[in-house]
Design a protein around this ligand. Structure first.
Ligand code: THU
Length: 135
C-alpha cells in the first residue's frame, strides 16, 4: 500500500537533470498517507528530495507524527534517504520505520534510528526555547 503510493508519486518526479526519479510516501499515526517526489531545478542546489517533499506535504496538511516512510527510486540504485532528509525526518519521528525500494525489485527495511543514530534535536537534548517542537 505504502509502496504503491510511493511508486505513484515517483511518476510525477521532475528530474530532467539527473534522470533519477524518486517517490516517497509517509504513513502517519492516523493512517493518512502523504506523497512526495523529487523536484529538480536548473539552479541545481535548489533541488529537493522526494522524502522532504513528502514531509512538507504532510505538515501543510496538519500531520506531523509518522509511523513509516517508503522511498522508491527508479532503476538499479540503492534507495535510502540522504543525510539532509534524515535530519528533517528526525525532527518529527525517531521511531520511523523506513522501507527502501527500487523499481527493479530491491526491498529493504530499516529505521530512522539506525540511519541517523544520536540525531540532533532540541527536544532530546532539552535545549533551546522550544522544548517540545512536535506540538
Ligand atoms: N534524491 C531523492 O529524491 N531522495 C534521496 O534520498 C536521494 C536523492 C533525488 C535528488 C535528485 O533529484 C536526485 O535524486 C539525484 O540526487
Amino acid at each position: 500500500m505504502l509502496i504503491n503510493n510511493a511508486k505513484d508519486a515517483l511518476t510525477n518526479a521532475y528530474a530532467p537533470y539527473s534522470g533519477i526519479r524518486v517517490g516517497a510516501a509517509l504513513l502517519d499515526e492516523q493512517g493518512r498517507i502523504f506523497k512526495g517526489c523529487n523536484i529538480e531545478n536548473s539552479s541545481f542546489g535548489l533541488t529537493i528530495c522526494a522524502e522532504r517533499v513528502g514531509v512538507f506535504n504532510a505538515i501543510v496538511n496538519g500531520s506531523k507524527r509518522f509511523k513509516a516512510l517508503c522511498v522508491v527510486v527508479e532503476g538499479n540504485l540503492k534507495p535510502t534517504p540522504c543525510g539532509a532528509c534524515r535530519q528533517v525526518l528526525a525532527e518529527f519521528s525517531q521511531e520511523l520505520e523506513i522501507i527502501e525500494v527500487n523499481t527493479l525489485g530491491y526491498e529493504s527495511e530499516t529505521t530512522l534510528g539506525e540511519l541517523l543514530p544520536d540525531a540532533f534535536t532540541l527536544e532530546q537534548k532539552g535545549g533551546g526555547q522550544n522544548k517540545n517542537p512536535q506540538k
